[in-house]
Design a protein around this ligand. Structure first.
Ligand code: SAH
Ligand code: SF4
Ligand code: F3S
Length: 485
């Protein structure tokens, strides 16, 4: 790895233009010329494509803020960009391959009129480092996910002839040294990271290699960020972290604050209508979290609780620290404090050594829980993970067949769950305009998307909706009455 580069020419932090930019969840960013401030030096343009989880989306939003402070503006196509950035995901082989196929397509812009610089950041950057330069020597900069705030200075000091790799940095510094993401008037619901990294080391997973050890942000910083979001009109906050309910943050006057206690502090902030969190781990469903679900009306009765498998043998090989019975016990406990609690999950099929019997155990776990929705993936072997060298790989056609059976079961459950809403009246928090003119869309407490015909000024309001139609992945309805904004 190369040494640390010189900082960006001074003045870069002496002004901010982050409020000049509107940003949507897919990071298509528009500049509002009325709010843009004059730049101290020539303006440069940046185009960013985001892959992966909510944490990546959040990092990308912070990066945009850092770049704007340094005089960059965001453009809609790579053709217009001085700097092209891919914020990457390494979770499965396909995610990584997408990055290399995009890099192949983007190469042409290096030869274009802007002689664009190409940057690979995020989890592929951290995991593969210099290998990226070997496979795509036209890449200028490879940066790990904890060095978001350093990207302008790294860009300013790039060597001409060769690519550069920078994989240092800490989550703590990233959060401290980058501005909060800018909101738009229609940001009804936002992600707020409280924790990053993972100490679990599941044998199939790259996240501990890409995001590092668990780090919890201090309580005061989270509360301040939540307050600021709510003051700007946000109505729903989703707390995010790779292992969100393992949160243990520093709190003034106390040694540490656990996840349940943090939920109490956030739920009572003025203006918050709904509170969610993801991704939680079955190991950390403790009394404090159960108490929060039993007590806080703002905390939605919908939990994403990845099981991965229903077979004890496979859970052990995956190094998941619970048994099938333990997982079902966590589900029961959550349902005992909120009888309407609904669940989603992640499953992996075709883990090395998974037999038909093991797979049937997964299907029977699905049957026992009755999920509102869930994701299922074929096992993907990842370099540097223990499972990559496990014996007995499951043949691809068997994986395909098991995935299809599991998805059938999950789809049937999702349909059954959605069907229960028909002719019911449910509270919906409206988030954005719908696909068709005159429509707006929102979500039920159980995260089901709902569309209704209503005026756009209802966005940001929680209204009672009579559900009149159930579609495969969403609901349609008619607004009955408001229940307070
Ligand atoms: N921290 C979360 C999950 C993060 S990754 C948790 O522990 O549940 C999101 C999902 O990707 C995982 O839940 C898992 O189902 C899936 N996944 C991770 N590594 C995978 C691999 N090597 N092959 C297939 N799916 C994988
Ligand atoms: Fe990966 Fe396991 Fe950590 Fe989730 S808990 S991020 S699956 S190592
Ligand atoms: Fe992917 Fe990294 Fe998120 S590997 S799922 S972008 S933590």
């Amino acid at each position: 790895m190369l040494s640390v580069l010189a900082p960006f020419p001074n003045a870069s932090r002496s002004f901010s233009c982050s409020s000049a930019v509107k940003q949507s969840s897919d990071l298509e960013v528009e500049v509002d010329p009325l709010r843009a401030r004059p730049y101290a030096f020539a303006m440069k343009s940046v185009w960013l494509k985001n892959f992966g989880c909510q944490m990546n989306a959040y990092d990308a939003a912070r990066l945009i803020g850092v770049l704007q402070e340094c005089g960059y503006h965001v453009v809609k196509t790579p053709k217009e960009a001085h700097v092209i950035i891919l914020n990457t995901c390494h979770i499965r082989r396909k995610a990584t391959e997408k990055v290399f196929s995009d890099l192949g397509r983007l190469r042409v812009f290096k030869e274009g009129p802007l002689a664009s610089k190409i940057v690979v950041m995020g989890c592929v950057a951290q995991a593969l480092g210099e290998e990226i330069l070997r496979r795509a020597p036209w890449v200028d900069l490879v940066v790990g996910p904890q060095a978001v705030h350093k990207i302008p200075s790294l860009l300013a000091a790039l060597p001409q002839a060769t690519g550069y790799v920078f994989l240092d940095g800490s989550a703590a510094e990233k959060f401290q040294k980058s501005p909060l993401p800018t909101l738009t008037a229609t940001n009804v619901t936002v992600f707020l990271p409280i924790q990053e990294g993972c100490d679990n080391c599941c044998t199939y997973c790259v996240v501990p290699h890409t995001r590092g050890r668990e780090f919890s942000r201090p309580v005061s910083v989270i509360i301040e960020e939540a307050r600021s979001l709510l003051q700007q009109g946000v109505k729903e906050i989703t707390l995010i972290g790779q292992n969100v309910n393992a949160y243990r943050g520093e709190e003034q006057g106390h040694s540490s604050c656990d996840f349940g206690a943090l939920l109490f502090q956030i739920a009572n902030l003025p203006g918050l209508l709904r509170l969610r969190y993801t991704t939680s781990h079955p190991q950390h469903i403790n009394d404090s979290l159960l108490h929060a679900h039993a007590t806080l009306p703002q905390l939605m009765p919908f939990v994403h609780l990845p099981a991965q498998s229903g077979s004890d043998r496979i859970l052990k090989a995956m190094h998941r620290p619970y048994t099938r019975a333990g997982y079902l016990d966590a589900i029961d406990k959550l349902r005992s404090v909120r009888s309407d609690m609904a669940f989603s999950s992640d499953f992996i099929v075709g883990f090395p050594g998974e037999t038909e019997q093991d797979f049937l155990q997964t299907l029977s776990l699905v049957e026992s829980v009755a999920y509102a929705q869930a994701y299922a993936f074929k096992y993907s072997s990842r370099a540097r993970t223990p499972a990559a060298s496990f014996p007995d790989p499951v043949p691809e056609p068997v994986k395909e067949e098991r995935l299809a059976r599991l998805l059938d079961a999950l789809r049937a459950q999702q349909c059954a769950f959605n069907q229960q809403s028909l002719e019911q009246v449910v509270p919906v928090l409206f988030e954005k305009p719908g696909r068709y003119e005159g429509e707006i869309v929102g979500r039920t407490p159980y995260f089901q998307p709902v569309s209704v015909c209503a005026s756009q000024d209802r966005i940001g309001h929680r209204l009672l909706v009579h559900i009149t139609k159930v579609l495969p992945h969403s609901l349609k309805g008619v607004v009955e009455e408001p229940i307070g904004s």
